[in-house]
Design a protein around this ligand. Structure first.
Ligand code: NDP
Length: 443
């Protein structure tokens, strides 16, 4: 049995019942064979065994009382996966589907993504199976305070710096920051994605979506094409989706779809982002309300945005939302590029089909690294007690995304896998972490 297969089998046995985690590990390990063949010392030092086992996992009770006086108990998680190149860094997700498998897959991916940014941040992830939808402001605040009342003892500006993710935006980060400060009596950059009046970075809100578009623009250039005049389909209508759509539109693309977990809209004239921002960022409503201001658009509750013909597809909602049947439709419709804004939105079968049928594929750990990159820039600004202008941060973000594309493309080329950005990103992200782990001994 090869080293990779041996490690994968032991991950399956040891972490039974964690399919998302297995999927993420399989995808990464599968790409590493050529690097491992060239560096036998990695096997000798147990690099893969150590990389696939989190340094620390915390699971905790989050009790809270709703507006009617009823007691609820949710489960909180923080998985501190790898700190070889810096403090653990990765978002918090509040969604009813959250479980250990999902947090471990996200934390594992985060190790390589953070490494690709070239910034000194390790990998971690956390969250809770709490659903902020339909909760009052007071209930959300109470939950966030209870969550932080346990989490605060495990994190710190030089230890572990969480951020937002699905269900955790500026509002939730603010409540958690307030509680952390109260408990610890220190004013430090322990969370990123903070409000601009208390240490947040300009362009953090836009970073993941804008970064995705900068990365995709580099992919388009590889193909001799551009966003100008291209039809783009986007899924999701949250933070990543909205700002990916905004930046793509500014480069001349026509974005025609958006979705949420209830359904999706198709607007052949191009999505009106002002309307979407009002529904999602102000009213916290449903995407179906889009038709109130754009009656000519269509709203569907079956099928998916991937059946709409496009040149560029940007999945920005959640994991495994783009499946083999969707990949087949994208290929039939002559899509050029799929670039992932969400984490692992495409299944392994979908990725394989897209790549085998000539669709240029940008994997999430490279394409959506802009969010964590600007989070790391927020940490730098907090440490230096400075704040940079929007344009300064946006320029740094753009440079980082161009560099991630370059590193991934170069490594793919070096190992004879031209334009395989999945392999390139995995190898590039891995090399830096493995080198640091080798230097630090068996810890
Ligand atoms: P938001 O909570 O802002 O938005 C998530 C969007 O996806 C919403 O439109 C939501 O719809 C939809 N969605 C969530 N779950 C499902 C589901 N099961 N089926 C269909 N639609 C669903 O999250 P973000 O935009 O921040 O995150 C989106 C993705 O991007 C996630 O995979 C996240 O891990 C990833 N990501 C986010 C980063 C960030 O900086 N925010 C950084 C890097 C990656 P509904 O409102 O109905 O739930």
């Amino acid at each position: 049995m090869s080293y990779v297969n041996e490690v994968f089998s032991s991950v399956q046995a040891r972490s039974a019942g964690e399919p998302e985690f297995h999927q993420a590990v399989f995808e990464v390990l599968n790409s590493l064979e050529p690097v491992l063949a060239k560096h036998p010392e990695y096997q000798k030092m147990g690099i893969l065994e150590r990389l696939t086992e989190p340094e620390r996992q915390v699971i905790f009770r989050v009790p809270w009382i709703d507006d009617h006086g009823d007691v609820h108990v949710n489960r909180g998680f923080r998985v501190q996966f790898n700190s070889a190149i810096g403090p653990y860094k990765g978002g918090l997700r509040f969604h009813p589907s959250v479980n250990l498998s999902i947090i471990k897959f996200l934390g594992f991916e985060q190790i390589f993504k953070n490494s690709l940014t070239s910034l000194p941040i390790g990998g971690g992830k956390g969250g809770a199976d709490f659903d902020p939808k339909g909760k009052s402001e007071r209930e959300v605040m109470t939950f966030c305070q209870s969550f932080m009342t346990e989490l605060f003892r495990h994190i710190g500006a030089d230890t572990d710096v969480p951020a937002g993710d699905i269900g955790v935006g500026g509002r939730e980060v603010g409540y958690m920051y307030g509680q952390y400060k109260r408990l610890k009596n220190v004013y430090e950059g322990v969370l990123t994605g903070k409000g601009l009046t208390f240490g947040g970075s300009l362009a953090r809100t836009e970073a993941t979506g804008y970064g995705l578009v900068y990365f995709t623009r580099e992919m388009l250039t590889d193909l001799g094409k551009s966003f100008d005049g291209a039809t783009v389909t986007v899924s999701g209508s949250g933070n990543v989706a909205i700002y990916a759509a905004e930046r793509a539109q500014s480069l001349g693309a026509k974005v025609v779809t958006m979705s949420d977990s209830s359904g999706w809209v198709y607007d052949p004239e191009g999505i009106d982002l002002k309307a979407v921002k009002k529904i999602k960022e102000v009213d916290r409503g449903r995407i179906s309300e889009y038709l109130n201001s754009r009656p000519k658009a269509e709203y569907h509750t079956s099928g998916s945005v991937w059946q709409v013909p496009c040149e560029v597809a940007l999945p920005c909602a959640t994991q495994n939302e783009l499946q083999l049947e969707d990949a087949i439709k994208l290929v039939d419709n002559k899509c050029w590029i799929v670039a992932e804004g969400a984490n692992m939105p495409s299944t392994l079968e979908a990725v394989e089909y897209l790549q085998q049928n000539g669709v240029y594929f940008g994997p999430s750990k490279a394409a959506n690294a802009g969010g964590v990159a600007v989070s790391a820039l927020e940490m730098s600004q907090n440490s230096a007690r400075l704040s940079w202008s929007f344009d300064e941060v946006d320029k740094k973000l753009e440079d980082i995304m161009v560099n991630i594309h370059k590193q991934s493309a170069q490594l793919a080329e070096e190992y004879s896998q031209r334009q395989n950005l999945v392999a390139g990103a995995n190898m590039a992200g891995f090399m830096k972490v493995a080198t640091a782990m080798m230097a630090q001994g068996v810890v």
